[in-house]
Design a protein around this ligand. Structure first.
Ligand SMILES: C[S@@+](CC[C@H](N)C(=O)[O-])C[C@H]1O[C@@H](n2cnc3c(N)ncnc32)[C@H](O)[C@@H]1O
Length: 171
């Protein structure tokens, strides 16, 4: 009996780590690994974006959903797109648990997701993908939109503002 009490949860944990790691490796190939933004960076992203109640905000690669949960009360709609299904499940679970409204988490690859209707884009990607991301944003987002990048720079653009390693770009 004691044997099964130990073995079943241990098996569950190992299975979860295996599934998470598989999708995290896939995320590294397609974009970036899961590295959650620090609270100070999230605060800086919100402050430079000057969010308005009419904004549709998208967190590109929304991870555990901490950013969308934080910004949801400040905008019209807080959207996340995430390639790792285990993080999508976690985000949706937390949204229900914390009774969060106006949050939509899509399980998809952001390279195949059109961002034309987004007013504010939050990005925390990696250096080697910023060029391609810049081209996608330039092609799809409308003039007047705001793009906020945590850490990494868009090679061809000049930031309008910079706070604590976070940069705001105006299209
Ligand atoms: C550096 S983490 C940022 C997480 C979150 N935005 C934050 O700041 O806390 C990058 C996230 O993007 C996801 N990701 C990577 N490539 C992706 C892709 N092509 N489509 C959707 N999500 C992707 C990863 O799984 C990971 O959760």
């Amino acid at each position: 009996m004691i044997y099964w009490i130990v073995v079943i949860p241990a098996f569950g944990v190992i299975l979860f780590i295996g599934i998470f790691s598989f999708w995290n490796l896939y995320a590294i190939v397609r974009g970036a690994p899961f590295v959650p933004s620090a609270a100070k960076r999230v605060a800086a992203m919100i402050s430079v974006a000057q969010l308005q109640k009419t904004d549709v905000l998208l967190d590109l690669g929304s991870g555990d959903g901490r950013i969308v949960r934080r910004v949801a009360p400040l905008v019209l709609e807080a959207r996340g797109i995430e390639i790792n299904p285990s993080l999508v499940l976690w985000s949706r679970f937390m949204n229900v648990l914390l009774r969060k409204k106006k949050i939509y988490i899509h399980c998809a690859d952001f390279w195949n997701y059109n961002i034309a209707d987004v007013d504010v884009l939050f990005v925390y990607c990696i250096d080697s993908k910023m060029n391609r991301l810049e081209a996608k944003i330039q092609k799809e987002m409308k003039p007047g939109s705001r793009v906020v990048s945590n850490g990494f720079i868009f090679p061809a653009w000049t930031p309008a503002k910079e706070v604590d390693g976070v940069r705001l770009y105006l299209l």
